[in-house]
Design a protein around this ligand. Structure first.
Ligand SMILES: Nc1ncnc2c1ncn2[C@@H]1O[C@H](COP(=O)(O)OP(=O)(O)O)[C@@H](O)[C@H]1O
Ligand SMILES: Nc1ccn([C@@H]2O[C@H](COP(=O)(O)OP(=O)(O)O)[C@@H](O)[C@H]2O)c(=O)n1
Ligand SMILES: [Mg+2]
Length: 191
């Protein structure tokens, strides 16, 4: 059984940054759904490259069959991790349903780490990210924020009803955020 912490929040809220620190210090393995999709997009012989790029530019969500298979493979190939930080997933109802269908009995959701941050700050961070991403431009960001508001936030609310959400405000320094994140892990993760 894989232990899983879902990490959600608007684009640019700092999910990748905080997950890297958790991985380094707490021994969880960081799996970014977006990074896995970008790697699959680049993989020679992938039949999904064009489809993935289209979704990424549009800020829309890739069908769960693709994303969940990438996540499950990555978990199975990571050996004996104490847990996985699944960053940027589930982002919509299709993601959630697909995960439940494919991973029930194989993964245990410990909690959902919700990095909350005002959208204008998030947009500015993405525009300054400097990773050359095809979706860090004003036009794609507008669509990504719309997707977040209409599709991802309702998923966070769903987990909130189940008592699984741990919110950490991320309009602060990485050090301040991380200190609160460690508290959350100490309180709720089975170590
Ligand atoms: N607490 C923070 N304060 C200021 N900038 C941050 C903070 N956390 C992350 N960043 C920067 O904001 C950008 C987006 O962060 P990232 O971790 O990629 O977010 P996400 O994965 O949620 O999109 C990056 O350039 C990162 O260096
Ligand atoms: N579960 C997911 C995660 C990302 N994606 C796609 O990948 C893009 C980038 O996701 P990301 O997690 O790397 O973006 P950030 O929130 O880190 O900025 C999203 O806008 C979607 O197009 C997806 O389709 N399904
Ligand atoms: Mg990210």
């Amino acid at each position: 059984m894989h232990n899983v912490v879902f990490v959600l929040g608007p684009p640019g809220s700092g999910k990748g940054t905080i997950c890297a620190k958790i991985q380094e210090n707490l021994g969880y393995v960081h799996l970014s759904a977006g990074d896995l999709l970008r790697a699959e997009r680049q993989r020679e012989g992938s039949e999904f490259g064009a489809l993935i790029e289209q979704h990424i530019r549009n800020g829309s969500i890739v069908p769960v069959e693709i994303t969940c298979a990438l996540l499950e493979n990555a978990m199975n190939n990571s050996g004996d991790a104490k847990g996985f930080l699944v960053d940027g997933f589930p982002r919509n109802e299709d993601n959630l349903q697909g995960w439940n269908k494919q991973m029930t009995g194989k993964a245990l959701i410990q909690f959902v780490l919700f990095l909350s941050c005002p959208v204008p700050i998030c947009i500015q961070r993405c525009l300054n990210r400097g990773q050359g991403r095809t979706d860090d431009n004003e036009e794609s960001l507008k669509k990504r924020v719309e997707t977040y508001n209409h599709q991802t936030f309702p998923i966070i609310e769903h987990f909130e009803k189940n008592g699984l959400v741990r919110e950490v405000k991320s309009e602060r320094s990485v050090e301040e955020i991380y200190a609160d994140v460690v508290e959350v892990f100490n309180q709720t993760a089975k170590v």
